[in-house]
Ligand binder design. Structure first.
Ligand SMILES: Nc1ncnc2c1ncn2[C@@H]1O[C@H](COP(=O)(O)OP(=O)(O)O)[C@@H](O)[C@H]1O
Ligand SMILES: [Mg+2]
Length: 322
């Protein structure tokens, strides 16, 4: 859907922001770009909607070279969410959300009805929040309006630059989870920039780990954590990458021990497919050192997870990734 081919950007002052970037984002995929400040993430993103023009190389959107597209028309197909949100202070929440559809000629009543639906979708009751002004919202609520506004024109592609960066960690995690749920419904093709590795891991179908102006590794989160491609990536993901992998590995049937008819049934349980992180959290609370694992559909006990099972699951996932 979005394809970078040997893209380099050199600014007029001689700074090479990105060099020879080649990667592809598939339709409906969420790719996170992660790396330290100044490594070229924002530059990469802004080249997709032509706020910045590459020095060399080309970018294809749906197979079409964007250099040949009209920038205004191009931006109608691409929603853009930034950290500062950029809501119009003198417009209400509903008006802000309806901005783009109205700009492209959607009748006012229809644009507003759609805006109300989207506010609902991002968890803001339009009857309560629609008439408020941005300054009457919390940071997290403003962020949601930013997401609703970017979705309002129903663009196939979303660019998100540190979209949850301006809110505190608790709100951020809630927004991230809501956003993942939303993405399951809307299935946009998304490029999301963050400097936060945990966020990149939690949200990305695949992650591009940036060094300085180049991508050091482009892979699924579990692969980046389980098999860092370079020393740089290994140090970026940190010595505790084994712990981080708990959040991106699911409990599978092969990791379980048969329920022992003689032992008492474990008091706590998680569903098959839960993350190892959730499972380990439950396990650590259990005196018996075992938890049940149930079938998500029927609720029936499938087997028992022990600390050895968690270890087995991590090894299994690692072997699958390399
Ligand atoms: N307009 C500009 N002129 C010159 N250098 C720039 C400009 N914008 C960004 N840069 C430089 O390009 C590099 C990449 O910047 P940027 O893409 O904003 O990084 P990131 O988003 O990863 O923090 C940095 O060294 C930055 O200072
Ligand atoms: Mg940036």
């Amino acid at each position: 859907m979005i394809r970078f081919e040997h893209v380099t950007k050199r600014y007029p002052d001689g700074t090479t922001a990105v060099e020879d970037l080649s990667f592809e984002v598939a339709e409906g995929e969420l790719v996170t770009l992660v790396g330290p400040s100044g490594c070229g993430k924002t530059t990469t993103m802004k080249m997709v909607n032509r706020l910045i023009e590459p020095t060399s190389g080309r970018i294809l959107l749906g197979g079409e070279d964007i250099a040949a597209a009209d920038p205004v028309e191009l931006r109608r197909r691409i929603g853009y969410v930034i950290q500062q949100v950029g809501l119009f202070p003198h417009k209400t929440v509903l008006e802000n959300t309806a901005t783009v559809p109205q700009l492209i000629g959607t009748p006012k009543a229809k644009a507003r009805a759609r805006a109300a639906e989207l506010l609902d979708l991002v968890g803001l009751d339009p009857a309560v929040y629609g008439g408020r002004y941005p300054e009457q919202l919390s940071g997290g609520q403003r962020q949601r309006v930013g997401v609703a506004r970017a979705l309002a024109a129903d663009p196939p592609v979303l660019l998100m630059d540190e979209p949850f960066g301006a809110v505190d960690p608790v709100v951020r995690e809630r927004l991230q989870n809501e956003f993942l749920t939303l993405q399951k419904t809307v299935r946009k093709t998304i490029l999301l920039v963050t400097h936060d590795l945990e966020e990149a891991i939690r949200l990305g179908d695949r992650i591009a780990v940036y060094g300085t102006g180049t991508i050091e590794q482009f892979a699924r989160p579990a692969a980046v954590l389980g098999a860092p491609a370079t020393d740089y990536v290994a140090s970026f993901v940190g010595a505790d990458r084994g712990l981080k992998r708990l959040a991106v590995t699911a409990v599978a049937e092969a990791d379980l021990t048969d329920a022992d008819a003689k032992a008492p049934a474990p008091a706590a349980s998680v569903e098959l497919g839960a993350t190892l992180r959730e499972a380990l959290a439950a396990l650590l609370q259990e005196d018996s050192g075992r938890i049940g694992v149930t079938d998500p559909a029927s609720g029936a006990l499938i087997g028992v997870l022990t600390p050895e099972g968690v270890h087995r699951a991590l090894r299994r996932a690692q072997l699958q990734e390399v």
